[in-house]
Design a binder for this molecule. Structure first.
Ligand code: ADP
Length: 232
């Protein structure tokens, strides 16, 4: 076993658009140490979301490889990738992506149900309490504010005790004050559980609070810097 939770090697992604090839990621290579917090920054359209989706096994690359916990995932079947996601990863999105027909509690239980776990209600309720929404477990997502929905999404992402949390602009749809509460909660949950964080953001102040910043431009990794130079 290496100390890396994630390794990305020479990753490229080409979209076929209107008879043309659009290269949105070109030869991207980096790895992420277990327990660290890393940001991916770059201008809009630079490939951040595409890269995060490939790292999480949500999308297929055109070339290169992705390893999670030393398991190569890019050449697995969709079912196998879903199994890896369920075992090792959590994901939160800018637009929360809760399931609207399920209650808050049911949303949080989904990843555990997918894993076939039993007696999942108590753990899900504890997580909801941790994010301050224990009282809202029987409400539906549309009955909650954006910040509350993102807290449910966080509880859901942590419900299967992931080794790595992928977060795509998690505060992008929230006002500054609510966004800051969500950031604090993400950092707190990560620290408590030792979960690795890979965060996509355009917010440089937020990125500077993680330990390392990977910068993309035009689909290429143009810098990869520690924010704490004396500690690496
Ligand atoms: P970012 O997250 O940095 O804003 P994205 O990864 O969302 O960048 O997008 C990178 C580029 O890929 C953009 O030019 C976008 O238009 C393009 N793109 C994303 N998804 C698709 C798709 N499904 N088909 C074609 N082009 C896409």
């Amino acid at each position: 076993m290496t100390e890396n939770i994630l390794s990305v090697n020479n990753l490229s992604k080409v979209y076929k658009a209107g008879g043309h090839d659009l290269t949105v990621l070109r030869d991207v290579t980096f790895s992420v140490k277990k327990g660290s917090m890393v940001s991916i920054v770059g201008p809009s359209g630079s490939g951040k979301t595409t890269l995060l989706g490939l790292c999480a096994g949500l999308d297929n690359s055109s070339a290169g490889s992705v390893y999670i916990n030393d398991i190569r995932i890019d050449n697995l079947s969709e079912d196998e990738k879903a199994g890896i996601r369920s075992r090792y990863t959590g994901f939160i999105f800018q637009n929360f992506q809760l399931l609207p027909t399920l209650t808050v509690l049911e949303n949080v239980m989904v990843p555990l149900e997918l894993r076939g776990e039993k007696d999942i209600k108590r753990g899900a309720l504890e997580l909801l309490e941790k994010v301050g929404l224990g009282e809202r477990s029987h409400h539906y997502p549309t009955q909650l504010s954006g910040g509350e929905q993102q807290r449910v999404a966080l509880a859901r992402a942590f419900s299967n005790r992931p080794d790595i949390l992928f977060a795509d602009e998690p505060t992008g749809n929230l006002d500054a004050e609510t966004g800051e509460k969500i950031v604090k909660l993400i950092f707190e949950l990560n620290r408590e559980s030792g979960t690795t964080l890979l965060l996509v953001t355009h917010d440089l102040e937020l990125a500077s609070r993680t330990q390392r910043i990977i910068r993309l431009k035009g689909g290429e990794l143009i810098s990869d810097l520690s924010t704490q130079p004396n500690q690496q």
